[in-house]
Design a protein around this ligand. Sequence first.
Ligand code: NAG
Ligand code: CU
Length: 163
Amino acid sequence: MATSHLIIVFIATLGALASSISGKEYIVGDASGWALDFDYQTWAKDKVFYVGDTLVFNYVSGTHTVVKVNGTGFQQCIVSLAIGTLTSGQDVVPLQTPGRKWYICGVGKHCESRNMKLVITVLPQTMVPAPSPMATSASSKLAIPTFYGCVVALFGSLLLLFV
Ligand SMILES: *[C@@H]1O[C@H](CO)[C@@H](O)[C@H](O)[C@H]1NC(C)=O
Ligand SMILES: [Cu+2]
């Protein structure tokens, strides 16, 4: 009894973990990457970003930067309002909190004149209910959403490999 309860808690924890790391990865600008004269607002328009998703900015290191700013820094292209600056050329930005996020290029006038600016809105992770050991009891299993069921099933079968 104690062991099976432990396993249920373990699966529920893995399920929660999986939901937080199973976010989508978005390549900003897709094949164009983080580049001059790309319309990032059109790129972002049809996408819905959630906490747990990731942005990847691809560019040749040294030609651009990724500067996280607030709304004022974005509107006026003020790099000195940087909250953080990335320069690797393959910058991975995990979206960890909901709300508006603003990114601009800090090189030359790329933000002012060449449209290197991206604003997105990150939504909270609402699709996955908070896991509880109760939710995995056989009687309520049918009621939980398919996604969560799949996660539990996946980790349940992974777990079998360790038993
Ligand atoms: C952005 O940050 C600057 C400096 O911290 C601040 O003066 C400004 O009010 C901020 N703008 C917004 C919209 O929060
Ligand atoms: Cu640039």
